[in-house]
Structures are given as structure tokens and as C-alpha cells.
Design a protein around this ligand. Structure first.
Ligand SMILES: N[C@@H](CCC[C@H](N)C(=O)O)C(=O)O
Length: 276
């Protein structure tokens, strides 16, 4: 089977994006893991598979897989690349798109300046929705990692995030603690671990150790979760500039059940095909 794809990125968080509307695509989780390998495959943080939606009023469905082949619920940087992909490939002429993911519908919009804004939906905090083992919902939860207590904020943006505040993201032990938090027994489906440095009420620096992918140059849902966590802790204003190692995102949240809005770039690097 010959598979056409685009290689894309959002702030260096990179994707193999496949048109499953005009091509018949059957990929096992194992095959995705092989394609994701940086040395033996194409290499990516996540694979995005674009499909038709059967739901009235919804333009597309897209599925998200981590580089180890596991399917996940949501991806912020991926949602911007998805929107750029379907427009540039001529799958739609709409600039405001409704797309189903494994965890609900999100709404990307292509801006005239080339950036993409996505209505990522409302964040969720109930432990059962993360999922997270905790007696009740809290703004800050103590998590014991390697004998030390870390104050984490647990947020679902469709996928699970545990955000902590650090003095300096550059010296934070992201790889070491990231993997311990990712695999902590209180997160039965694992978790993405965020390390946030507050610069001011409208600016943070962020590094994220992603579930199944390790540290990436940027994590869109991680940025949404960090800003939501900072606002709930009373440390951030409604609109925040998020500096990641791959570049900047703007995140806004008005609180409560209002949606988190994310604006940032989506870039196509090249198009290719592979014989499977
Ligand atoms: N890079 C993504 C998140 C991808 C999924 C994540 N690794 C998970 O397992 O939940 C983003 O930009 O949000």
C-alpha cells in the first residue's frame, strides 16, 4: 500500500498527517509505532489521521496517535495542523471547521495572518474525568514523587495533564520527574507532565513531558492546561503568552465552562509518500 502524507509541525511538535478521506488507510498501532520511529521510520511526535465525519453539522473527524502507536483523545498543536492540512489539501474551503476527536468536537479557525485559533472546549477537573485517583476535585493536589511532595494541578483538556510550578523551566528536572509523574499510579491512563514558570500575570514559560512521546518542543493541550491551572491558582490573567522551546502560543480562558482558546502557527514541512 502506498500512503501519501504531509510532515507538519506546530512549534516543533511534529506530525505525520494522513488524508484518510481520499485514501483507504488501515494502520495497526504497531505499524504507527514503526512509522513514528526517528531512526527506522519517518519520525514524529504524533500521527494525525483525517477522516470523514458521519455526524450532521461536523466537517471531519480526526484521530490522534502518539509515536508509540497508542491512540489519544486530544492534541492542541495537532488541531492547528489538521486545519491547515484540510484547507491546503483542498478537502474543504471553509476557514472555520468543526472536527470530532475522540473527546468531543473542537473548532479551529484559519486566521488571515496565517495563524490558527482553536476553540479547544472547556477544561475538566473531576478526578474521574482525568482519570486521577483522588477523593475529590481540587485546585492543587499533593503528589508524592520519589519521596518528595509536588503540588500539581490536574486538568483534562480531553487528555490528562498534571501541571506544577517551577522557579526556572530551564533547570527543572523535566525528563527525570516527567517520566515518574507520567507513570504515577494515581494516573491509571498515565498523564502529560507540565512544568510552568510564571514570568508575569500574562506570560509563562512551559516545558511538557508528554505521555508516550517524552518531552516535545511544545504541547498545545499542555499550554491550555497550564494557563487554566495558573488562572485557577489566581496567578494568571485571562490571556497569557506561553513561551515553549519551539515558540509562542496565546491562550485565553474566561473561567468556568467557557472554552479555552489557543492561537498559534501550523507549518507544512514537506509532502511525501511511503510504500508499506
Ligand atoms: N502534542 C500534543 C499532545 C499529544 C497527546 C499527548 N502526548 C497525550 O498522550 O495525551 C498537543 O499539542 O496537545
Amino acid at each position: 500500500m502506498k500512503l501519501n502524507f504531509s510532515k507538519m509541525h506546530g512549534l516543533g511538535n511534529d506530525f505525520m498527517v494522513i488524508d484518510g478521506v481520499r485514501q483507504a488507510v488501515t494502520l495497526s498501532n504497531e505499524a504507527i509505532g514503526q512509522l513514528g520511529h526517528r531512526q527506522f521510520g519517518i519520525g514524529f511526535d504524533q500521527l494525525l489521521l483525517v477522516e470523514k465525519s458521519t455526524t450532521p453539522g461536523i466537517d471531519f473527524r480526526y484521530r490522534i496517535f502518539n509515536c508509540d502507536g497508542s491512540e489519544v483523545e486530544q492534541c492542541g498543536n495537532g488541531s492547528r495542523c489538521f486545519a491547515r492540512f484540510v484547507f491546503d489539501q483542498g478537502l474543504t474551503d471553509k476557514t472555520e471547521i468543526a472536527v470530532e476527536t475522540a473527546k468531543g468536537v473542537i473548532y479551529p479557525r484559519l486566521e488571515s495572518n496565517g495563524l490558527v485559533t482553536v476553540n479547544m472546549g472547556a477544561p475538566r477537573f473531576a478526578p474521574s474525568e482525568i482519570p486521577f485517583e483522588a477523593p475529590n476535585e481540587a485546585i492543587i493536589d499533593p503528589l508524592i514523587v520519589d519521596g518528595q511532595v509536588y503540588d500539581i494541578s490536574v486538568v483534562s483538556m480531553g487528555n490528562p495533564h498534571a501541571v506544577q510550578i517551577v522557579d526556572d523551566v530551564e533547570t527543572a528536572p523535566v525528563a527525570l520527574h516527567g517520566t515518574l509523574i507520567e507513570n504515577h499510579k494515581r494516573f491509571p491512563q498515565k498523564v502529560n507532565a507540565g512544568f510552568m514558570q510564571i514570568v508575569s500575570r500574562s506570560e509563562i514559560c512551559l516545558r511538557v513531558f508528554e505521555r508516550a512521546a517524552g518531552e516535545t518542543l511544545a504541547c498545545g493541550t499542555g499550554a491550555c492546561a497550564a494557563v487554566v491551572a495558573g488562572i485557577r491558582r489566581g496567578l494568571l490573567d485571562e490571556t497569557v503568552l506561553v513561551h515553549t522551546r519551539g515558540g509562542d502560543l496565546t491562550i485565553s480562558w474566561a473561567g468556568g465552562d467557557s472554552p479555552v482558546m489557543m492561537t498559534g502557527p501550523a507549518v507544512t514541512v514537506f509532502e511525501g509518500s511511503i510504500e508499506l
